[in-house]
Structures are given as structure tokens and as C-alpha cells.
Design a protein around this ligand. Sequence first.
Ligand code: 6PG
Length: 478
Amino acid sequence: MAEQADIGVTRLAVMGRNLARNFARHGHTVALHNRTEARTQALMAEFGGEGNFVPTESAQQFVASLARPRRLMVMVKAGAPTDTVIDEFAPLLEPGDMIVDGGNAHFADTRRREAALRDRGLHFVGTGVPGGEERALHGPSIMPGGSAEAYASLGPLLEDISAKVDDEPCCTHIGPDGAGHFVKMVHNGIEYADMQLIAEAYDLLRRALGMTPARIAEVFRTWNQGRLESYLIEITAEVLGHTDAATGKPFVDVVLDQAEQKGTGRWTVQTALDLGIPVSGIAEAVFARSLSGHADLRDASQGLPGPAGRSLGGSAAESFTDDVEQALYASKIVAYAQGVHQIQAGSQEYGWGIDPGAVAKIWRGGCIIRARFLNRITETYSGTDQPVTLLTAPYFREALQAAQDAWRRVVSSAAELGLPAPGFSAALAYYDALRSPRLPAALIQGQRDFFGAHTYRRTDRDGAFHTLWGGDRTEQSA
Ligand code: 6PG
């Protein structure tokens, strides 16, 4: 075949189709392939004029149409279909060629696939491509893993089609093998936490102050002019301001209140548990979705007693909206601090060398958690003097200091009114636990030693110790 395509996209469902169009719109020649040819033809009929496409009819023709080293992008639902496509194409490729997986794969699968293909001389690049179909076409944030050698060949193309903020591409080489998918996973975990915190803010304004969804939409619109400016706050105002055409009611009141999840938030928490990283904000968000779906449990609990007071009045009500903004901002800082901690831990565990500042930078555009405040995270990690936790970086420390009184009022009002705010409460508890010079973990160590002789360490000398609890209570070196 005469035409040598810069990149090929196989599987042309909406994500694949839009990425292919995005490459073509940026002047790249794109080979197209799909299991059923009809989709390839439909793309050509509708969008063929957008750029240079090379439609192909078979896997062999597709591979032959690609310039070397071949860059072959796979857009399938994560899981077994990814392995099927790899099995289909790997035998047709030659050393130095690369398969790029843009699905939401688990990073452990990406590590496995990368290792297997590396053994065959092929590159495998697992990359996060967030933002859905709209961003796939108009510029997503892109989080590629895989080898530096693969990035040298593939990176310029990905950077071309990525979102741009301040003229900088929202795409960078995250690190080897599964690093890209790991970071995409944590992105989704933070997305869960952010959404939960926003939902709690809405619920508190509604139930503590009796505000209507339309009025709360205005509040979110105002917040979106300030430091909370972000895609999620923006769309929250849209959803809350929407009226259901069939009933004339606020849309949010006709939607079943059971949140679903495809699983990436759960993966984030499972992985954090394995790494021993406390991502309590993300965990509470996953559990809140899970709780919402337990209809039987919730039905059975409707008669449980709550507090007498049901809404705020007087001066507390007046300042409550501002307090909620402060609590939301502070809790959001904690969620990101926990996410960054997990990325650092993953990077250390797997030797990825991930730069959290670079990650925050490419999240500023083209993804669901894009937000103004990410600039601050990038700034934090761009200097040499990097904090152990985001919370102690000067900007965040000051923001937390300014917010903390309001944050505490919101959490205590929620508890007094009987309104669940697991995200706000968990974030505050994390903050206070980190601040505490001493934690009751010392007592837990004592209990463990009492019932299981699990031993403890002392504050005043090295070594492990055990007290003879059942005997004369003398202490032994263990
Ligand atoms: C993205 C999102 C996406 C996620 C969906 C739904 O960046 O485009 O993170 O990857 O899968 O938003 O996720 P849940 O069904 O788990 O809410």
C-alpha cells in the first residue's frame, strides 16, 4: 500500500472514532480499522473530508498501511477485549512497533501486557484518555505510560491532539509500563471524591437551609467564578438548574438517588489499601455510592430516630453558604493530597519516577477533574523544596488555616442536623489526625500486645517489647 499512515486506530466506536478524527484534524494520516467494516465506511462517509484517512478492510491491510515504527491505537472496553485485540495484532507487528491502549485498563493488566509484549520486542503503551467522547475529539488530557523509547515516537502525536492550557499540551510521559493507567486510576478516584464533596455541599445547602435546586445552581455558578472554578462545579450548576420536561420538577428530584460506578474508584481504594496509603476521602466517596444503592437497607432504616432540629436558623444560616464553600475547598485539598500521596507511593513501589507536578499540570485541561486549583499543585512540586504532603505547602497551609473554622462548623452542623457528610468529615478527621502530635494508635498497640503478644515499640528506646499481661506485668524485650 502506497499510503503510510502516521498512526492507526482500531475499533471505531465513539471514542476510537473521535480520536481518529482528532489525529486527522491535526494533519496526521490515520489508518482506520474495525471488526465490522460498516463503521469504517460510516466514518469515511461522514467525516472523511476532515483529513487524511486510510480506511482498511483487514488486520493485515491495516498493519501494512502504517509507517514504521508502527503506532497502533486500540480503543476497546477495558478487560478481555484488550487481550483479544493484542492477540490479533501482535503476530503481525515487527520489533519496535507499538500498541497503544487508550481504555480504562487496570494498571496491573497494563504491566502484564507490557512485559509480555516487551519479550516479543514490541512496545505497549497503556494510556489514560479521560474526558469522554467530546474531549476525545476536541482535546483530552493524555496520560501515557510505557517506555521512554515509545514515547519519543508516539509522544509528539499525542501532544498534538491533547488539550492545551496556556499553550502547553496536557500530555506528558508519566513513566514506564503501567504508570499511565495508574495515574488515570487515581484521577478517577479523585473524581469520585470531588463529586461526593460537591454532592454533600448541595445536600447541606438544600436540607440545612431549605434552598431550591435552582437557587443552589446559582450558588455553584458564583463559586465557579472563584478558586473552586472547575469543570465539575460548572456541570453541577447545569444539572441543578435543569427542569424535568415531563413533570416540571427539578431534574435532580426525578432521578433515582442510587449512584453507579464502573469500578475505577474502587480500584483506587483497593490499590491504596495494598500500598497502605490512607485515601479516606476517596474511600468515603466509593462507600457513599455503594450505600446509596442499598435500597433495602435504606428502606428498613427510615424509622430510625434523628435529631429534633431539622434546619439552621438565625445567624448560623446567614453565613452557612460561605462556610460550605470553605469546607468544600478544604476537603478538596485533602482529597488531592491523598491522591498525590497514592501516586507517589505507587511510583516508589514500581520505580516509575512520576512527577506529581507534571501530572497536576496535564490535569488542568481535557479531563473531568480539570480545575483552576491544579496550578497550585504544579507550583508546589516544581521547586526543589518539596513538601511531604500537599497540606503543608505554603499556599495550601494558608487556605486550610483560613477555612478550618468554617469547615468545623459545617461538619458539626451536619452532625447536629443528622445530615450525612462523610466526605467533609473524613477529610477533616484526616487533617486533624495528621496534626495530632500523639494518636491513640499507642493504645491500639497496647491492646494488640495484650491479646496477641504482638509487641510494641517504645518512645524512649529502640527495640520491640512485650508486657506479661497475664502474669506480673513486667516488660520483656521481644
Ligand atoms: C473520564 C472518567 C471516566 C469514567 C466515567 C464514569 O475521565 O472520562 O473518569 O473514565 O469511567 O466518568 O465512571 P464511573 O462509572 O465509575 O462513575
